[in-house]
Design a protein around this ligand. Sequence first.
Ligand code: SAM
Length: 274
Amino acid sequence: MLGKLYIVATPIGNLEDITLRAIRVLKGVDLIAAEDTRHTLKLLNHLEISKPLISYHRHNEDVKTDILIHKLQEGQNIALVSDAGTPGICDPGEEVIKACIECGISVIPIPGACAMVNALIVSGIDTKEFIFFGFLPLHKKLRKEKLIEIKNANKTVILYEAPHKLNTTLKDLKEILGNRQVVLAREITKIHEEYIRGTIDEILAKSETLKGEMILVIEKNESMIENNLFGDLSLEEHYLVYENQGLEKKEIIKKIAKDRNVSKNEIYQYFIAK
Ligand code: SAM
């Protein structure tokens, strides 16, 4: 009989964030495939579980997939874990999962922590529609393409980021998206857990001092719908739309600035100079 591959989510910081089922599965399998065996050993010691471990990480996925498939075909049950959270989400897993499906081997998820879901749910930003982009590419051209995709998505966007790249990423985001509202979720479930809400500029001002694991949740461009409507209008025509709605000058300037994703002052100066 074929074995089963269990994809087991592990904590993203707080060791209590592991499910009873995950513990039972880790105790019950024949082998645990881990992104970093030393890291997983600490978790297993904490849970008082003793199991054979095999490494399965980005740089040996091909070779290890074959070995794991062979063992599963022999009837062994295997749990796959990553260093933190849900395997396959910006972590190894995809290769062996695809291979299992091709070979008719059951792949069973054991749900648990996933950093991006937790950042999103406490962000206060729209959770109805969102896009998760993982880490932005480092390659200049690919990065720009991804940023444009983000700009055009018109949905909440979630990005993973490393602290030493935060500053550059915020600057790149600002350049392409404008000064959008962002939540930076840091060290979720850990001692220094923190959620910083503000515009990209406001987060940028603090970015040098921010450490630890972090996620950016970016609000969609609220002005985009209007942008599509007003994009072809001159500023005067845009002004008239709101004037005809009976709005006061101050309110009109505020709305135009929001529609066009520019500062109120910029619009104000334009009309003063006229
Ligand atoms: N598989 C993991 C998951 O389910 O979320 C993600 C692994 S990915 C290699 C690591 C990235 O996830 C970090 O760079 C950070 O962006 C995010 N992350 C993981 N744990 C986190 C935490 N406790 N707080 C904030 N972000 C976290």
